[in-house]
Design a protein around this ligand. Structure first.
Ligand code: TR5
Length: 144
């Protein structure tokens, strides 16, 4: 039986090699992530909001009609929320306020969800803090 943290996505399998890859993919190594390339605009993304501190772009694998990711442009150690320190309080507030702006822009401000997956057990897959802003359909509770 695989540890729960390897059971996030359908790609999870009992194959040992796949499990090893999943472990590598889900580790908080502090290495640069794909989001650095999105910030640098080396990889295209559909940007829906941007200011001096944060970037919001459409998730490549949307879970709802609206699914936007909001990230700090400078990661500054915030690989995941659980690594936050008091000095990050400003950017954390800025990210949350940006979520409201994105919800307004996307026309879902009356019903939307903000999600932060923290760590492997919560199925975090990219270790650059990000808020998911999800909406545009009736959302269910509890989440999976
Ligand atoms: O699983 P967590 O909470 O870490 O969320 C990471 C999110 O990043 C997932 O919802 C992915 O679908 C999303 N993602 C991954 C890539 C990507 C992306 N969203 C936009 N563009 C992306 N590119 C170009 N490449 C990715 N690997």
């Amino acid at each position: 039986l695989l540890p729960r943290r390897f059971m996030c996505h359908s790609a999870a399998s009992s194959n040992e090699e796949a499990a090893a890859k999943a472990a590598a993919d889900t580790a908080d190594s502090g290495a640069p992530t794909i989001f650095d390339k999105i910030i640098a605009k080396e990889i295209p993304s559909t940007i829906v909001y941007e200011d001096e501190k944060v970037l919001a772009f459409r998730d490549i694998n949307p879970q709802a009609p609206v699914h936007v990711l909001i990230i700090p442009k400078i990661r500054d150690g915030l690989t995941q929320l659980g690594k936050a320190e008091l000095r990050h309080a400003d950017i954390l507030g800025h990210l949350l306020f940006a979520a409201k702006l994105v919800a307004e822009k996307e026309g879902i401000v009356d019903g939307f969800r903000v999600v932060i997956n923290n760590g492997a057990e919560a199925c975090q897959s990219v270790y650059h803090l990000h808020l998911h802003v999800i909406g545009g359909r009736q959302l269910k509770w509890p989440p999976g």
